[in-house]
Design a protein around this ligand. Structure first.
Ligand code: RIB
Ligand code: NA
Length: 309
């Protein structure tokens, strides 16, 4: 059985507080709501792809603890294959402390824990599945060496790769670009990687050209309410893909919803133009920002217009 989408990446338990604004250093403020949710960029992307109808598998590590047990159940409930979900007693399940303000913006601290214990041994076990998958997706909430190895493994087997350099690191190994069929990041990650401002479509155009030069097949830079820009190596024509106008209540995980959707489209409609996939992924992510939480806000196929399929 071949998977449409495999994700080698993170799982985090999201501990979310909603407050009028983000606190300053040394300050205590009252929030109005607290909830626990399933998050982590890798798992979020995998679950979004699954909700659109992709056959998915997650390669990850959680702790042998309550949060880890719960997370495995969440994958099962979401129809994500769990044979490559490991549990370790050497570290706790990853956790993300998230504060969301009234404008729907957020600040996040992640403690990766067990995510950092995912390594080449686990990748070797997943290799037969990875080599037959349609699309492999990686981020940077696990060891970056593990991510790079997974991308290379996929590329060596002609599996399409999506790399999301999040959270971004300034000294990203240049091999990541060459191992990415689609390199997809947001504006702040693009700023960190290029060293220049990415605040509008014009600047995103420049940044995408800079990133493309480093060797990836295509670049997508997401721009929140401004949608995204798409640049392909073969065409060198920049496309700006606007996002639908929505009222955001919580943008946490919107980028993950976008990437999960993109992975679904790449697996199901391999000949669809990348800008059309990005257009559809914008609609999916646009739904996610209108409800609180990360996975809790991600739409299912049945919630979306038939035109997206
Ligand atoms: O991208 C959103 C995710 O980032 C959250 O779910 C949180 O877990 C952090 O990893
Ligand atoms: Na949301």
């Amino acid at each position: 059985e071949a998977f449409d989408v495999m994700v080698v990446g993170s799982c985090m338990t999201d501990l979310v507080s909603q407050a009028p604004r983000l606190p300053k250093a040394g300050e205590t403020i009252h929030g109005h709501k607290f909830f626990i949710g399933f998050g982590g960029k890798g798992a979020n992307q995998c679950v979004q792809a699954a909700r659109l109808g992709a056959k998915t598998a997650m390669v990850c590590k959680v702790g042998k603890d309550f949060f880890g047990d719960n997370y495995i159940q969440n994958f099962k409930d979401s129809g994500v294959h769990t044979d490559f979900v490991g549990q370790s007693s050497d570290a706790a399940t990853g956790a993300a402390s998230i504060i969301v303000n009234d404008a729907g913006e957020n600040a996040i601290v992640i403690v990766a824990g067990a995510n950092m214990l995912l390594g080449s041994e686990e990748l070797q076990e997943a290799l037969p599945a990875i080599s037959h998958a349609k699309v492999l997706v990686c981020q940077l909430e696990i060891s970056s060496q593990t991510s790079l190895q997974a991308l290379r493994m996929a590329q060596g087997n002609k599996v399409k790769t999506i790399f999301n350099p999040a959270p971004a690191i300034p000294d990203l190994d240049p091999d990541f670009y060459r191992a990415s069929d689609v390199f997809c990041c947001n504006e702040s990650e693009a700023e960190l990687l290029t060293g220049s401002s990415v605040a509008n479509v014009e600047e995103a155009h420049w940044a995408s050209q800079e990133l493309l030069k480093r060797g990836c097949g295509s670049v997508i830079i997401t721009l929140g309410p401004q949608g995204c820009v798409v640049l392909k190596a073969q065409e060198l024509t920049l496309k700006h893909v606007p996002a639908p106008p929505v009222t955001a209540v919580d943008t946490t995980g919107a980028g993950d919803s976008f990437i999960g959707a993109l992975a679904f489209y790449m697996a199901h409609y391999p000949t669809m133009p990348l800008e059309e996939m990005a257009h559809r992924a914008n609609q999916v992510a646009g739904v996610s920002v209108q409800a609180v939480g990360t996975q809790a806000s991600f739409p299912f196929k049945k919630d979306l217009s038939a035109e997206l399929f």
